[in-house]
Write a protein that binds this ligand. Structure first.
Ligand code: A2P
Length: 222
């Protein structure tokens, strides 16, 4: 019936609790503010504006709503594997449960701003097993060979006219470079951790202390 047709959400994921959302927004804005002022960043400004002009990163990235880590994008059942995912035992068992997500890095590209999420074995039970979340990022061919859950992230902001789905693609691109042995250019020891530049506007800050973020596994209908 019609009820069944709308029973699959836009996506499943972990939704960060309000208290930690505020903390992460503060920390991430501080990071953007600092990044903006670094000589190393200014040297590569052309990646961001197409000109060597200053950018205000806090303005450059638009917030994208409630902070969350998508596990499975279902598109109300239209996405491949949506029904199978919703029927997984782990998804049913853990629906509504609180988890501690570990945010291990922040990354910035000319398109997106995000936080990498390092999933535990238990949390990986909620990751689409066939790695189709990775495959959805078709523009990163090497992504298929990445460990399960590599794409896990929280979108913190997107540049104008960029969709949030791009954040996972950008993260996979950086991780692929790392996996291929590209060291990147370690540019700065910041208070929060080590900042590395991977070329063409890709910046990654490995957090010295991962941020522990309580989050509820649930779904979003929109
Ligand atoms: P992300 O998880 O990177 O934030 P939208 O508002 O564009 O419909 O997207 C809703 C959520 O689902 C966003 O969180 C978004 O990205 C994620 N998302 C959108 N499309 C996809 C896709 N094709 N694959 C994986 N996640 C997606």
């Amino acid at each position: 019936g019609p009820l069944e047709e709308v029973s699959l959400p836009l996506f499943f994921g972990w939704f960060l609790l309000t208290s930690i959302q505020d903390k992460i927004k503060c920390t991430s804005m501080d990071f953007l503010k600092t990044l903006d002022t670094l000589e190393a960043f200014k040297k590569h400004l052309i990646d961001f504006s197409g000109k060597a002009e200053e950018v205000d990163l806090e303005q450059y990235f638009q917030p994208t709503g409630i902070l969350h880590c998508t596990t499975k994008f279902c598109n109300y059942g239209k996405a491949e594997g949506a029904k199978e995912y919703a029927e997984k035992q782990a998804v049913k068992d853990f629906y509504g449960s609180i988890f501690d997500l570990s945010l291990s890095a922040l990354f910035v590209t000319p398109r997106t701003f995000g936080a990498r999420v390092s999933l535990t074995e238990e949390q990986l039970q909620l990751w689409p097993a066939d790695a189709d979340a990775e495959k959805q990022a078709e523009s990163v061919p090497a992504a298929a060979s990445m460990p399960l859950g590599s794409r896990a992230h929280v979108t913190l902001g997107c540049a104008e006219n960029v969709e949030p789905v791009q954040t996972g693609v950008d993260l996979l691109e950086i991780l692929t470079l790392q996996q291929e042995g590209q060291q990147g250019e370690q540019v700065e020891e910041m208070e929060l951790g080590t900042l590395t530049y991977y070329g063409t506007g890709k910046w990654l800050l490995n957090l010295r202390e991962p941020i522990s973020a309580p989050a509820c596994f649930s779904s979003f209908y929109g």
